[in-house]
Design a protein around this ligand. Structure first.
Ligand SMILES: NC(=O)C1=CN([C@@H]2O[C@H](COP(=O)(O)OP(=O)(O)OC[C@H]3O[C@@H](n4cnc5c(N)ncnc54)[C@H](OP(=O)(O)O)[C@@H]3O)[C@@H](O)[C@H]2O)C=CC1
Ligand SMILES: N[C@@H](C[C@H]1CC(C(=O)O)=NO1)C(=O)O
Length: 329
């Protein structure tokens, strides 16, 4: 059985985790990493992995079945997504929530013309949380769904910080407001604004001579990322970032309260919870499962842009249809 040949576009936290995750999937093989940097400067986790330039990717459409796009959502994916969707089947974890419709349209145009499939905004939010919100609201239409993240490090928000001129490195914690979570858990079904659910804490390492006031202001007013939240910014050294803020843990909860019965007297709760040692490892494994789906669907003649909620779960699994039927029992 031929293996699914996977390429990694962009070698950051997520790209490294995809490299590791592919090794856990015997139906897949890694063709290589594609980077904007000098390939000779990239030290992959597994030394034998090939590293190519982005230009070399364009000559490799016959060697790669699915490209996993691991660039930053804020600045990389809007450019790299359509570029790669015009040449390859792709999956990505695009997560600038407010801009997903326009990204979907841009990706769909390129993928449909190339008769390729691109599964966008796959990860955990958007991604697995999106799927679980859909299941909950389809099954219990009378009710309310709440999403909480953290306390943990958002890769999307940390990437957004690192894109600011004068920022050398950064990590952003998303912290849920206990009062909000407790009210939801008590079944009070409160109306909660974005600001009432979470606050954000940023730890930023500056380039030499960078303007602190300008950078703090740029962070706190950043649309789609920080403007709608109470945000604290701490300027620390590279050593402190590495010592006091190791790893990229995260997690979250989707909780749905629904009602049924003649007088809606029956109360039901659906919860989907993630507790992640490594945000990038988990996200990478979601992307890898959707890479399997992209490969299969394109072989069935499916093309254009899809989101995770368009994909039947069986396409994600490495198990055969017969094995899946057995696993239902
Ligand atoms: N939907 C979801 O639930 C989730 C989505 N995500 C998304 O994944 C995106 C990527 O996250 P993450 O991997 O943490 O981002 P990184 O900042 O680690 O990497 C982003 C890009 O930056 C470049 N890069 C990385 N390290 C360096 C370096 N040392 N020097 C120069 N360039 C570098 C790489 O591109 P190149 O190799 O070409 O230089 C890489 O593709 C996030 O922006 C987020 O939107 C993440 C988690 C969950
Ligand atoms: N896309 C997020 C995944 C979850 C986490 C999150 C947040 O902390 O704001 N939003 O969605 C990430 O990049 O980590």
């Amino acid at each position: 059985m031929n293996k699914i040949r996977v390429g990694i576009v962009g070698y950051g936290n997520l790209g490294k985790s995809v490299e590791l995750g592919i090794r856990q999937n015997e139906d897949m093989e890694l063709v290589g990493v594609f980077t904007r940097r000098d390939p000779s400067s990239i030290k992959t986790i597994t030394p034998e992995v090939n590293v190519f330039t982005m230009d070399e990717a364009k000559q490799m459409t016959a060697q790669v079945d699915v490209m996993v796009l691991c660039g930053g959502s804020m600045s990389d994916m809007p450019v790299q997504g359509p570029e790669f969707a015009s040449l390859f089947n792709t999956v990505d974890g695009y997560d600038t929530h407010a801009k997903i419709p326009e990204y979907f349209a841009a990706m769909n145009k390129k993928a449909a013309a190339a008769q390729k499939i691109c599964i966008i905004a796959s990860g955990w939010d958007p991604g697995m949380f999106s799927i679980n919100r859909l299941y909950a609201e389809a099954i219990l239409p009378v009710g309310d769904t709440y999403t909480f993240w953290g306390k943990g490090i958002s890769q999307g928000h940390s990437d957004a910080l690192r894109r600011i001129k004068g920022v050398k490195d950064a990590k952003q914690y998303t912290i849920p407001k206990e009062q909000a979570i407790n009210a939801v858990r008590r079944g009070e079904m409160p109306e909660l604004s974005t600001r009432e659910k979470h606050w954000r804490e940023c730890f930023v390492v500056l380039e030499e001579g960078a303007d602190k006031e300008r950078i703090e202001q740029e962070i706190k007013t950043m649309p789609n990322y920080f403007a709608d939240y109470d945000t604290e910014v701490h300027f620390i050294t590279e050593e402190e970032l590495s010592k006091d803020h190791p790893g990229l843990p995260h997690g979250g909860l989707v909780i749905h309260h629904g009602r049924t019965g003649l007088d809606e007297e029956h109360h039901h709760v659906i919860e989907y919870r993630l507790a992640l040692d490594s945000n990038p490892d988990f996200t990478a494994n979601v992307l890898i499962a959707f890479a399997r789906a992209a490969y299969r669907l394109n072989h069935e003649g499916v093309s254009g842009a899809k989101t995770v909620v368009d994909i039947a779960p069986a396409y994600l699994s490495g198990k055969s249809a017969e094995e899946l039927r057995k696993s239902l029992i």
